[in-house]
Design a protein around this ligand. Structure first.
Ligand SMILES: Cc1cc2nc3c(=O)[nH]c(=O)nc-3n(C[C@H](O)[C@H](O)[C@H](O)COP(=O)(O)OP(=O)(O)OC[C@H]3O[C@@H](n4cnc5c(N)ncnc54)[C@H](O)[C@@H]3O)c2cc1C
Length: 190
């Protein structure tokens, strides 16, 4: 049983997975590796200079691995509610159990519809349907959260990655019962 599972390994899902892993929650990231971000040439991502989407996602994956979050290549087909959380089913037949789930599945709303999450019309270019969330990232099913393009934010990597982080911080804060902060300072010089 994982404390948290993230479905989708684009900027939103990876960023959420980094915060969740670093917080000490047992976390798994499930991604089908079909993300389109690798086709992007990013000139507007704060602090990085020009880089390709592929470079961003590759660097993000390394950070996810270093955070302690497990990564599995998987196509998630559906998610069922169980007595103590959720059972996440994949195309290969493998099942993952998690207490909380973040959906960061980008512009494809098929999984959200299959689960029966409340959705609404997307406002961004190329995004027809998004998951209905409150400002914290909660969806219509308690324990399932949504982040990034899936949650209707602006289709830019700086925004989607920030939204993934925001949603994870809210999830961690709820589980820990107090606002969560992940800060580290440069070690003092001797
Ligand atoms: C050609 C192109 C150029 C772009 N240029 C820019 C740019 O210059 N600047 C900029 O800021 N943004 C740009 N973008 C947009 C940017 O890449 C996206 O808005 C942003 O990365 C979306 O992040 P996300 O994590 O919300 O979703 P995504 O990156 O779409 O990630 C979702 C992930 O979830 C996976 N997934 C979906 N369903 C499932 C499932 N059922 N099971 C398992 N995995 C699943 C997908 O395959 C994908 O890996 C560009 C996009 C494209 C396509």
């Amino acid at each position: 049983m994982y404390d948290a599972a993230v479905v989708g390994g684009g900027p939103a899902g990876q960023s959420a997975a980094i915060f969740l892993g670093r917080s000490g929650l047992k976390t798994v990231l499930l991604d089908n590796e079909k993300g389109l971000t690798k086709r992007a040439l990013l000139k507007n991502h704060y602090g990085t200079g020009e880089l390709t989407g592929e470079e961003l996602v590759k660097a993000g994956r390394k950070q996810v691995e270093n955070s302690g979050t497990e990564i599995h290549h998987a196509q998630v087909t559906t998610i069922h509610q169980t007595d103590d959380g959720f059972s996440i089913e994949t195309e290969s037949g493998e099942t993952f159990e998690a207490k909380q789930v973040i959906l960061a599945t980008g512009s494809n709303a098929r999984l959200a519809r299959t689960i029966g999450l409340k959705t609404k019309e997307g406002q961004e270019k190329y995004v027809k349907t998004v998951i209905d969330t409150d400002p914290a990232g909660h969806t219509s099913i308690n324990g399932i959260w949504a982040a990034g393009v899936a949650a209707g934010v602006s289709v830019h990597t700086i925004v989607t990655s920030g939204d993934g982080a925001k949603t994870a911080i809210n999830l961690i804060s709820e589980l820990k019962g107090e606002r969560y902060t992940d800060h580290e300072a440069v070690p003092a010089k001797k």
